[in-house]
Design a binder for this molecule. Structure first.
Ligand code: ATP
Ligand code: MG
Length: 646
């Protein structure tokens, strides 16, 4: 390919819309253009990168015996209603774009394909003899992300490789899961990425194994916690650890009765209490008042107790609340803090009149009585409906059920709080706390659930001499043992060896192909531009003549370009009538791994070979340069470590 034919438009300055290096560079180097929020055109250079990544993904998937397929992106709502996910994906913070066709039928644009594939499995898979099978596709996914950002990292339209496997039993599922784990490790290594596998959250179904693959980079949105011995790595959403020991209250206050009242005027935060009274935050109980919203309109107030030095893990909380209540009330749509700010916001933006006056916010104790809910109830009942329920086509939609408020709290207590024999907590009266209170003294028997977020610095469960360190990661892949959740819901059954019917076992496996391309840039760039790993670079070599006016240079450059092409190398020829400096700058910016510069040495058959990655330059005879290039490219293509030998 010739640069003059490439429609290459590079930008000198960083575009204002981009915050992180990889996003800036992909825009500046002419790889992508923004069409709308989270919507990008993949320009020809990026498309070549995506094709190369896809080819590696295909090879590794095929090697595991998986079958490539292509499933519909327009997905009938009834499939999602059968799996029970329609409401969760369309109402509230749901991320599925959905629409109505001319016959008034509801459809969703595929954010993922569990429903479609399970329906097919129910239809096609009948006998254990057909199992196991694993189907994959590489395709555009649509997700109405709440915060699309960082270019291809979080798009609303993006390319994913997704695979779904079906099994006669759990052992077979585990086998394929392990094979996919291996394939994923090879894929990321072959793409030139440093990726780590971490334990991931498995959602409300719990129990099943799930692993994410993270490209470590400062711009990553995920926090991962790892131990130095390499034996533990988990997404913070999922991570577990040993909390630090609490500091005991002074002698006279350790009885754990009902405690004594402590005037705390205006002290509504842990920090204020610590500053005013010299407490250690581990001596306090933090009580959080939250509201969980369910599909059927059920509104469940939550009263969560944590030790004052601990943070709530929202994912653990959502999983717990969902598994407790989703059975009776449908999908959990969201959990929000019932703060006075939120109430004011709801009152202002939605014309509501919620009144929390019976609730002494900032002074809550774990023994807050259910009666405050009834006092506040008439106003709390009002329209806490999903604000994002679409107005278009609303007539055809069933009306969202009227919200109704539970009359008692769901009270959950983290072990760090439950284990305190005596503590300081709110007294459920404005400007008052209790000091030296205990659970029995308050008349409570706490329901204990792990809700705390593991933190960097915490000791590890597997070895308390190890501590957790934090790193940021970009999730490029996720593998998941789904079990029978979807096959149970959608009645995808097979006949086993004994002749009885049972639900299929399922796994699913995703790779964010377009996100991976950008993650590669995030991990491989410098001040001058991108440094593509050779295996996924849009072109492997760029041939540049220093002077476009020198016929000898121009013809030698042409010759080298042609010879590279005949040898099957992806070569680019910068044939533009530009100054050498401009061409070199662009070559660095777009990040082609190898540059052959045809300059003054052309007359003597000498060229300069420049490595983009380490900047090393060598003057070589044309033949030697070609030989070196072919060698390194061959090595990379066969999946081996690359590196030119001198
Ligand atoms: P995230 O937690 O980042 O939102 P997810 O857990 O919802 O991702 P999965 O459903 O596991 O994502 O999708 C499989 C893969 O698709 C992810 O590992 C990620 O690499 C990629 N991916 C997910 N959402 C996006 C997006 N909005 N833009 C680009 N890639 C995405
Ligand atoms: Mg995921």
């Amino acid at each position: 390919m010739r640069v003059s034919r490439l429609m290459l438009v590079t930008l000198r300055d960083d575009p204002a819309e981009a915050e992180i290096p990889s996003h800036k560079l992909l825009l500046r180097a002419g790889y992508i253009r923004k069409l709308g929020s989270g919507i990008y055109a993949y320009l020809p250079l990026l498309w070549r990168v995506l094709q190369k990544i896809s080819a590696i993904v295909r090879q590794e998937m095929d090697a595991t015996g998986a079958l490539e397929t292509l499933l519909p992106q327009l997905q009938p709502a009834d499939l999602w209603q059968r799996s029970g996910r329609w409401a969760g994906y369309t109402a509230g913070e749901g991320i599925m774009f959905h629409l109505e066709d001319r016959q008034g039928r509801e459809l969703g644009l595929g954010p993922t394909h569990e429903e479609v594939i399970t329906a097919l499995a129910a239809d096609l898979l009948r006998s254990y003899r057909q199992l196991p099978v694993n189907l994959y596709q590489i395709q555009t996914k649509f997700r109405d992300e709440i915060r699309p950002r960082f270019g291809l990292m979080r798009g609303r339209e993006f390319i994913m490789k997704d695979a779904y496997s079906f099994h006669p039993d759990e052992a077979s599922l585990r086998q394929t899961y392990a094979a996919m784990d291996g394939a994923y490790r090879r894929i990321f290594r072959r793409c030139g990425l440093k990726a780590v596998a971490v334990e991931a959250d498995s959602g409300a179904i719990g129990g099943s194994a799930s692993q994410e693959f993270m490209v470590t980079a400062d711009a990553g949105e995920d926090l991962i916690l790892t131990s130095a011995d390499g034996r533990y790595a988990a997404n913070q959403e999922r991570a577990v650890s040993l909390p630090g020991a609490p500091v005991e209250l002074p002698g006279g206050l350790r009885s754990g009765g009902s405690g004594e009242l402590l005037p705390t005027p205006g002290q509504t935060t842990i920090e204020q209490l610590v500053a005013a009274h010299g407490f250690d935050s581990s001596q306090l109980i933090k009580v959080l008042l939250l509201l969980a919203r369910f599909e059927d309109g059920h509104r469940q107030p939550l009263l969560i107790s944590l030790r004052g030095d601990q943070q709530l893990n929202e994912v653990k909380l959502a999983n717990t609340v969902s598994s407790r209540l989703a059975g009776g009330h449908g999908v959990l749509l969201g959990i929000d803090p019932l703060s006075s700010e939120l109430v004011a916001e709801l009152n202002r933006s939605e014309g509501l009149a919620i009144d929390l006056s019976a609730v002494p916010l900032g002074y809550l104790g774990p023994d807050l009585e259910d009666a405050v809910l009834t006092a506040a109830r008439p106003s709390l009942v009002v329209d806490l409906r999903e604000s994002r329920v679409r107005s278009a086509g609303a007539a055809a939609l069933p009306q969202p059920p009227r919200p109704h408020m539970a009359t008692s709290f769901l009270r959950l207590t983290d072990p760090t709080a439950a284990d305190l024999p005596a503590f300081v907590c709110g007294a459920n009266q404005v400007d008052q706390h209790r000091i030296g209170a205990g659970w029995a003294g308050l008349g409570l028997r706490p329901e204990v659930v792990d809700l705390r977020a593991a933190q960097p610095g915490d000791r590890c469960l597997h070895d308390p001499s190890q501590t957790l360190a934090a790193a940021r990661g970009i999730e490029v892949g996720h593998i998941f043992q789904l079990g029978r959740k979807y096959s149970d819901a959608m009645e995808a059954r097979f006949t086993n060896e004994k002749g009885t019917e049972e639900s299929l076992w399922m796994g699913c496996y995703g790779i964010g192909v377009s996100r991976l391309a950008q993650a590669a840039v995030e991990q491989n760039h410098d001040a001058n531009g991108i440094r593509w790993p050779l295996a996924i670079a849009p072109f492997e070599v760029i041939v540049v003549s220093a002077s476009a006016q020198d016929p000898q240079q121009v013809s030698l450059a042409e010759e080298i370009y042609n010879r590279l092409g005949s040898a099957g190398v992806d070569a680019l020829l910068d044939d533009r009538d530009e100054r050498a400096g401009v061409k070199f700058k662009d070559a660095d910016l777009i990040g082609i791994p190898w540059r052959v510069v045809v300059g003054r040495g052309a007359a003597a058959g000498q060229v300069e070979l420049v490595c983009r990655d380490d900047g090393q330059r060598r003057d070589l005879a044309v033949e030697a340069a070609l030989e070196a290039l072919l060698k390194v490219i061959q090595a990379s293509r066969s999946g081996l470590e690359s590196g030119v030998e001198s």
